[in-house]
Design a protein around this ligand. Sequence first.
Ligand code: PMP
Length: 320
Amino acid sequence: MASPLPNYAFFKGAIVPFSEAKISVMTHALNYGTGCFEGIRAYWNEDEGQLLIFRQRDHYERLLHSMHLLFMETPYSADDLCGITVELLRHEGYRQDTYIRPIAFKADEIIGVRLHGLHDELAIFAVPFGLYVENDEGAHATFSSWRRISDNSIPARGKITGAYVNSAFAKSEAVLNGYDEAIVLNENGHVSEGSAENFFIVRDGILITPPVTENILEGITRMTIIEFAREELGIETVERPIDRTECYLADEAFFVGTGVQVVAITHIDHRPVGAGHMGPIVRALRDLYFKVVRGQVAKYRHWCTPVYARVSAPAYQPAR
Ligand code: PMP
C-alpha cells in the first residue's frame, strides 16, 4: 500500500512544501547508499487531543552516532532536531499516529565512492502510519537464507541506508515465500535480528536477546522492553548469542522496533512457538508498550514529547 505523501519537509535548513524537497539523480547517497536515517513514531492521544512523539531524543542521538560513523557533519544538536520535529508536525497538524523519518545523506553530485570530503544534508518528513506487520498478534517468521552484514562490512549499529538492501533481501524472500517476517542469522550462525526489528525469545520465564555485538541495530524499543520486563514484570533479560534451534524450542518469541512495535511470533518455520498463540509475557509487554507510547503511564511520560501547545483549562467560574 502506498504511503500518503506529507505536506511539508524540513529540507536545507527550513520547513518547505514537500514538493520542493527534491534531490538530483546524481546525488552521492542515491548512487552509493551513503546516508543514514531514523524511524520515530508519534502517537495520537484522543483523550488529550495530543500527538506524542516517543523517545525522539534517543533516536536523534542514534542518528548523530550513525552520522559520526559516516564522517558526516551537522550544525544541529539532538535537541535542535527534536525542536525542528515538533515544528514540522505542527505544520502538518496530524491528529493520528504518525511515522517520522529523519535522513542525513551525502548530497554532492559527484562520481566516486568514498565517505570523506563530501557535503551532508539533513531532511525530515512525517507521514500518517499504522501497522508495519499486519499479523502483529500472531506472526509466522522464517529463518532467512541471507546473512546479516557484519560490523566489519557495514556497521549494523549505524542505521545506514545502503545496509537496508540486506534487510530488503531478507524481507522480500520471507514475504514472497508466504511468511510475515524474516529472522536473520549472522555469519557465525547466531540470530542477529529481524529484517528491521530486534528479536527476543522467552525460555523458562527469562527473556533472551542477542547482545549488541551480534550485528544488530542497538534498538531503542529493545532497551524499552528490557526496562519494562525488569521494572514492571520482574523479569531479567539475558543478552547472549541465540542458536537457530533454540528459537524452535522457545516458549514465546517476538520482534520489537519502532515500526513493528511489539509483534508476537507464534510460528517459526511451520513449528508452533510454545502453544502456537501469543504467550503471557509478550501480551503483558505489548499491553504496557501501547499504554506507554500513548502517554497513559505517568512513570514513562517523560519519553513522550507533546507536539501541540496545551489548551489551557477553562477559567474557573465561581458558582452563583
Ligand atoms: N533493527 C533494525 C535493522 C531496524 O531497522 C530497526 C528499526 N529501526 C530496529 C532493529 C529496531 O530499532 P528501534 O527500536 O530503535 O526502532
